[in-house]
Design a protein around this ligand. Structure first.
Ligand code: FAD
Length: 470
């Protein structure tokens, strides 16, 4: 359990700022390696974007829509078996748009059959495409875009581009103009075995992670917004938080990379060339969501776990971001999602731009939110006729909500574009003992990406702390 701030000591080996999945994982690994760790979280709950909230008996998950099978191995190795054993597959993924309507398990075998039988793509082309994307890795050429990759294998086939790209745009905000490797890595991860979820919900996962952190001796403090990272003579010395200075030999920031450089650390700590590169970082888009609770005792049929829906004629990354987009994903949470909690909830997700929402007056903001809710109910009615009568709770979140709860620049849901990764990976070369973990470069975002990155950064910080010990 988090401790009151007055229980926090004056010095630690390492302070982790932020309890997103990346921050939680780094804190846990570092404590497991024997370091004295303090985890400071601004919000009153842990998890960052791995968030949930309760309304009128419902529990809504914010970002539990699906992750790749790789989570099983990662959680077994770096968390524990109980967490690993709760990872279950979402078997019914549905696409419905003017170009095609289909159901899939979202894995290579099923996609191969669909591409071949339904989209009439020759088997050889499909095999070559899968071989190409599955062999892509981090060190590959970054100049080819996803658009170029698709044109190479499926020229002019906007329907195929949509099938391959729409879910990935929802999963990490990437577009056809981002480097093909950011697509290839994430798409192949999903194609390995399909889409998975966490049985019991985000609240259970974060509860299990918190227990593991406590077992390993991490001191956890919520409602603690770090104001400043102290750097002296090129090295981290600690942080300022809640009016106190807490000393540390290393700091791992899970705050956004742009926040870490621009708001938490004095620019004087960095070289000019580093700051110049950092100023070119583009943050990814944000999201809107509509949370729908079905009245107790009401039932809804199984229409699928994840529905990618759109009435837009073709896939277009810009259309997906539009304030009034006609594309949205519905995540359906049946009673099986949270065994013992016999309720149905539905979450509609849309990609969205902070700029479209930030300057609205209170009245305009309330009006746009109302319209968003109305459009969502009417879209959902296509799959669940008459659903409105069964709803007993509905509310919307916007990019402003995400900015408010996580402090992320422009409420970004998926960190930064590719260039953020190099900056995040090189910050410790600028300031001894300062590390960054969290969604960057598209591939390090999402539940799996953030946890895996947490392990990588913990190894870096552990190496640094050991080097200080001589
Ligand atoms: C709407 C939505 C849907 C998503 N759906 C999926 C999905 O289906 N599957 C998937 O894999 N991923 C999904 N994601 C992405 C996934 O949730 C994130 O990539 C991942 O959880 C981010 O982890 P992180 O380590 O980057 O930290 P974050 O979750 O970004 O957390 C950072 C934490 O740092 C804290 N913090 C920041 N500054 C300070 C400070 N100064 N002092 C103290 N604390 C601070 C914040 O309060 C926050 O708790 C979704 C995201 C969104 C927004």
């Amino acid at each position: 359990m988090p401790v009151p701030f007055s229980h926090v000591s004056d010095a630690y080996d390492v302070i982790v700022i932020g309890s997103g999945l990346g921050g939680l994982t780094s804190a846990n690994r570092l404590a497991y390696c024997g370091h004295k760790v303090l985890l400071l979280e601004y919000h009153h709950k842990l998890g960052g974007l791995a968030a949930w909230f309760k309304r009128r008996g419902h529990i809504f998950d914010v970002s539990l829509h699906g992750f790749p099978f790789g989570m099983v191995k990662t959680c077994k190795k770096y968390w524990n078996r109980e967490i690993m054993n709760s990872i279950v597959q979402l078997k019914k993924i549905v696409f419905d748009n003017p170009q095609f309507s289909l159901q899939t398990t979202f894995d290579r075998q099923d996609f191969t059959a669909i591409l071949n039988e339904r989209f009439r793509i020759p088997q050889q082309t499909i095999d070559r495409f899968f071989e190409t994307v599955s062999s892509m890795n981090f060190y590959d050429d970054r100049t080819m875009t996803t658009r170029e990759l698709f044109e190479q294998f499926f020229p002019g086939r906007t329907d195929v581009h949509r099938l391959l790209m729409e879910p990935i745009t929802y999963a990490n905000g990437s577009t056809l103009d981002d480097p093909a490797i950011t697509y290839g890595i994430v798409f192949s991860n999903f194609m390995n075995r399909g889409v998975f979820t966490f049985e019991g919900g985000t609240d259970r996962l974060i509860g299990l992670m918190t227990a593991e952190l406590e077992k390993n001796g991490v001191t956890i403090c919520t409602r603690s917004k770090v104001e400043h990272i102290i750097v002296e003579k090129g090295r981290v010395r600690g942080v300022e938080v809640n009016g106190r200075t807490i000393a540390a030999r290393a700091v791992v920031s899970n705050s956004g990379i742009t926040n870490t450089i621009d708001n938490l650390t004095d620019h004087k700590a960095f070289s000019e060339s580093f700051l110049e590169k950092a100023s070119a970082i583009r943050v990814n888009n944000s999201s809107c969501q509509v949370y729908i609770g079905i009245e107790k005792g009401q039932h809804i049929p199984d229409i699928g776990d994840l529905l990618f829906t759109s009435t837009a004629p073709e896939f277009d990354s810009q259309e997906l971001l539009d304030l009034h987009t006609r594309s949205k994903t519905f995540s359906l949470y049946y009673p099986k999602t949270r065994p013992g909690h016999n309720r149905y909830t539905i979450v509609a997700s849309m990609n969205s731009r902070y700029e479209d929402w930030k300057n609205l007056t209170d009245e305009q903001y309330a009006g746009e939110k109302r319209q968003l809710i109305e459009r969502t109910i009417s879209d959902l009615d296509r799959y669940l006729p008459g659903v409105k009568a069964k709803i007993d709770w509905i509310e919307a979140a916007t990019p402003r909500t995400f900015n408010h709860y996580t402090l992320h620049t422009s409420g970004t849901s998926f960190g930064t574009k590719f260039e953020g990764l190099d900056i995040s990976r090189s910050i410790f070369k600028e300031v001894g003992g300062l590390f960054h973990v969290g969604s960057v470069g598209i591939i390090m975002s999402g539940w799996l990406g953030a946890i895996n990155y947490g392990v990588i950064v913990a190894n870096d910080a552990d190496g640094y702390l050991r080097s200080l010990n001589g």
